[in-house]
Design a protein around this ligand. Structure first.
Ligand code: SAM
Length: 347
């Protein structure tokens, strides 16, 4: 941390808390100590060592970019320009060859500011101070300015993360399709929330068509998957092989009596009797029995990430099984369904 720098992460806007939780979980999984400085709409500001960036680039499903902070100012053009002048004066701005500047508003912030005009003024200032030229195609240094809440953050982009890589893994593109399948974005985020690292053994005991095992396998985890329906176990196998995951074991098992010795992490999406079957077991009983069994199988200090409809009180059910609640996120699925995603830790 002594060598930490100020970074900010631009997060996906489709969930208010999960993307920041995912960044923190990745930093913890990879052993980077960090300090959260501030959470703004769609932005997380942290003090952390710069070498965490490749791990974020590789693992994050809900982050758009990461930048090294140069300036934080009120969202007012004269303040912004004055702040950038000061940043030059104190040697905090460097340009390697050419540069580009892009500006974005998070949600509807700073509506009264003309971004084109401000961008040109920032470009003029950087050019005049450094003599560097603008190159929008292949800039040596990319600057980003973000308006979020009532602040403006300006920084040097360290990585941009495209979601395009996920499109080939979305449920409709898999050889075995099931309507209950999770999108890779949520499946991968759940894997990250377990703080699993490559080489760890991760279990999904309601594996369905394999969404979570696929993302865990691509991260480099050893994967264990099980389901009570033979069709799902077969389908998961087909999907895992299709995406090149090889280090996995799948079996037919009831998640209420898990036949495993010890696993490092559990990420799973249990059924709740609407589109996915509970095989006639009341959902709350199924969850309770699963959580008790999971608490025996999970190694001490290991994390479990799972979700259920809010009214079932998942966090309390987990506590009843002896697990500690680390974090909880509410997901609005549609008008009549809200889910709670909880991360537990075995003490
Ligand atoms: C919501 S689906 C999982 C979907 C999966 N995450 C995916 O993306 O394809 C729930 C799964 O739990 C399985 N299931 C139901 N009761 C079970 C039990 N007692 N033990 C293990 N699996 C069970 C169902 O067969 C179903 O495949």
């Amino acid at each position: 941390m002594r060598r930490g720098v100020d970074l900010f992460f631009l997060l996906h806007g489709d969930h208010p808390t999960l993307p920041a939780g995912e960044v923190r979980a990745i930093l913890e999984a990879e052993g980077f100590s960090y300090r959260v400085k501030e959470g703004l709409p769609q932005v997380l500001r942290c003090k952390v060592i710069r070498s965490c960036v490749p791990a974020i680039s590789k693992r994050a499903y809900m982050t758009r970019l990461c930048a090294e902070e140069i300036l934080v100012a009120e969202d007012e053009p004269t303040e912004i320009l004055r702040g950038l002048e000061e940043a030059f004066a104190s040697g905090r701005v460097e340009v390697q060859g050419s540069f580009s500047v892009s500006l974005r508003r998070v949600r509807r912030s700073a509506q009264d500011i003309d971004l084109k005009v401000l961008r040109q003024r920032l470009v003029n200032l950087i050019s005049s101070r450094t003599g560097a030229e603008v190159d929008l195609e292949h800039p040596g240094t990319r600057f980003i300015g973000l308006f979020s809440g009532d602040l403006f953050l300006f920084g040097r982009v360290l990585t941009e993360i495209s979601s395009k890589r996920l499109s080939e893994r979305r449920p409709s593109r898999r050889p075995f399709f099931h309507p209950t399948a999770l999108h890779p974005k949520l499946a991968g985020c759940m894997v990250n929330l377990t703080r699993a690292s490559p080489g760890d053994l991760l279990l999904d005991p309601f594996c369905g068509s394999g969404s979570i095992p696929i993302e865990a396998g691509l991260l480099g985890c050893k994967v264990l998957g099980s389901d009570i329906q033979p069709l799902m176990v077969r389908g998961s196998r087909v999907n895992l092989l299709h995406y090149g995951v090889r280090d996995f074991h799948l079996l037919l098992a009831d998640a209420r009596k898990l036949p495993f010795a010890e696993v490092d992490a559990i990420a799973t999406d249990p059924p709740y009797g609407r589109s996915a079957t509970t095989m006639g077991v009341p959902t709350k009983n199924l969850l309770e029995d699963f959580l008790h069994s999971a608490a025996e199988v999970l190694e001490r200090g290991g994390y479990l990430c799972t979700a259920s409809p809010t009214e079932l009180g998942l966090a309390d059910l987990g506590r009843g099984a002896g697990l500690k609640v680390v974090e909880s996120h509410i997901i609005l699925v549609h008008g009549s369904l809200t889910r709670e995603l909880v991360v537990f830790r075995r003490g």
